[in-house]
Ligand binder design. Structure first.
Ligand SMILES: NC(=O)c1ccc[n+]([C@@H]2O[C@H](COP(=O)([O-])OP(=O)(O)OC[C@H]3O[C@@H](n4cnc5c(N)ncnc54)[C@H](O)[C@@H]3O)[C@@H](O)[C@H]2O)c1
Length: 442
């Protein structure tokens, strides 16, 4: 049997070496030892770092993307995603001849599907990219291969892929199909790919075994074996948990507003209870995961899902409340300076961003009275009809500060820069630290 040569991270070099030496893969029987090549379909935030990491372990990796522009950029050794260390790893993988780019999937021992799963009309999951990827890889499949879905998907998608493949390649013996959800945090993707615990679930015990063994090639966290449908629901539950709990904090902020109470103080004091941990309110949740994935759960069992759609409705209500509060000021002739457009602090990601949605709606209602500051952008994004100013230039102007994103550069503004301003601080970045209990009662 051919032995797989595993390069340690440090032997691959680069700043990524700080992740330290890798755990040696644990081989179970002959199968994982035979994994020498992987085809990764979809080279975005999940697929590209995964492909580069696999190549850094000495595996032959075929990267497949339907976008010719993405393939060309990557072939030139440049990363099209802003993610720490990925470009360095990509360059080395290309130089070592371990990473090649393709429009059509080449044969491999393992196929990883990491393509988008957006929401369609009526909050229905759109599985077109996933099914296209499965159709595209079918001609390259060989008996005994492992097909691993990583895209966030509704329960039952892995089984649907297996059925599709069986229909397209009925002559094949066994093909193992499994689900391995990804839970990386943008900005820390490479580190989290290695360090996070993972869940891997096959449609059969053998598919599960192979998926677990595959992840153990590069994951230092625990790899938890389960079945495919459970793994699908685990991923969706994680993001629905975040959404529901942030919605609770936002609902508290709306209630506190009615009573003219400081919700941040309320939450901080409630969290002094040993079994309470309320999350932070804000202008709403964003990003392509938390604002999207809960719908995948609700869509599959609409009659059973009551809290999840309610949380989504609270999110919409909180966005609307922030918009109305700022709009009332504009209606009285006040300029509003929107601080931040990204969906969360210190990232440039505008996807599903409540900050961008609120700023854009405000500017549309009150032309000429709204300006925006987003340090990660050079020009206003599509849909925002308002000038984009530097923070310094914006602070030269009179007007209310509407804090929509908790970028550190905003939180560090000196008190003098804020003096005499009206501030709507949806993120609580300017609030004073909690007053010790004794003083609170004084
Ligand atoms: N980005 C994250 O932090 C994150 C975290 C966890 C899970 N996920 C999930 O992972 C999946 C991928 O997300 P992403 O952020 O990497 O997406 P992305 O948009 O960054 O990249 C997807 C890539 O797939 C390509 N593509 C589309 N259809 C294809 C096809 N049929 N064959 C080959 N390539 C195709 C696109 O051109 C694109 O380059 C989604 O289901 C997402 O919800 C993402």
């Amino acid at each position: 049997m051919a032995r797989l040569r595993i390069m340690s991270v440090s032997s691959f070099g680069g700043s990524f070496a700080r992740l330290g030496p890798m755990r040696k893969p644990r081989f179970h029987g002959k199968l994982p030892g035979m994994t020498t090549s992987v085809t990764v379909l979809g080279l975005g935030y999940v697929g590209l770092p995964t492909a580069a990491l696999l190549a850094s372990r000495g595996l032959r990796v075929h990267g497949v993307d339907t976008s010719a522009a993405v393939r060309a950029t990557l072939a030139a050794g440049r990363s099209h995603i802003a993610e720490a260390d990925v470009e360095a790893l990509l360059e080395r993988a290309l130089r070592a001849g371990l990473f090649t780019l393709h429009a059509e999937p080449p044969p491999a021992d393992v196929f990883v599907i990491a393509v988008p799963t957006p929401l369609g009309p009526g909050h229905a999951p759109m599985l077109g990219h996933v099914l296209d990827a499965a159709r595209a890889l079918a001609p390259a499949l060989r008996s005994g291969d492992l097909v691993l879905l990583e895209s966030t998907s509704p329960i039952g998608t892995t089984a649907r892929i297996a059925e599709l493949l069986r229909g397209l390649r009925p002559e094949l013996g066994e093909v193992h199909v499994a689900y391995g959800p990804e839970r990386v945090l943008p900005g820390r993707i490479l580190a989290e790919l290695v360090e996070n615990d993972r869940v891997a679930g096959g449609l059969t015990p053998e598919a599960t075994r192979r998926a677990v063994a595959f992840y153990r090639l590069f994951v230092r966290g625990e790899v938890h074996a389960t079945d495919a449908a459970t793994a699908e629901m685990v991923k969706l539950s994680e993001n629905a948990f975040r959404d529901v709990n942030i919605a609770f904090a936002n609902e508290l902020s709306l209630i506190a507003g009615r009573h003219e109470l400081d919700v941040w103080r309320v939450i901080e004091l409630a969290n002094r209870h040993p079994r309470v941990n309320i999350l932070k309110p804000g202008p709403g949740v964003g990003g392509h995961c938390i604002a999207v994935d809960p719908w995948f759960l609700a869509h599959g069992a609409p009659e059973a899902a009551r809290l999840i759609p309610a949380a989504r409705a609270v999110d919409a209500a909180k966005r609307a409340a922030v918009l109305e509060q700022a709009s009332a000021l504009c209606a009285a002739g006040e300029r509003v300076i929107c601080l931040g457009l990204a969906f969360k602090g210190d990232v440039d990601d505008l996807r599903e961003s409540p900050a961008l949605a609120i700023a854009a709606a405000l500017a549309q209602r009150h032309p000429g009275l709204v300006v925006a500051v987003e340090p990660h952008l050079d020009a206003p994004p599509a849909g925002l009809e308002a000038p984009l100013l530097s923070l310094d230039a914006a602070l030269e102007l009179p007007g209310t500060l509407l804090v929509l994103t908790d970028h550190r550069v905003f939180a560090r503004l000196p008190p003098a820069a804020l003096a005499g301003r009206r501030i709507i601080d949806t993120r609580g970045i300017f609030r004073r630290p909690i007053v010790p209990h004794r003083e609170e009662n004084a």
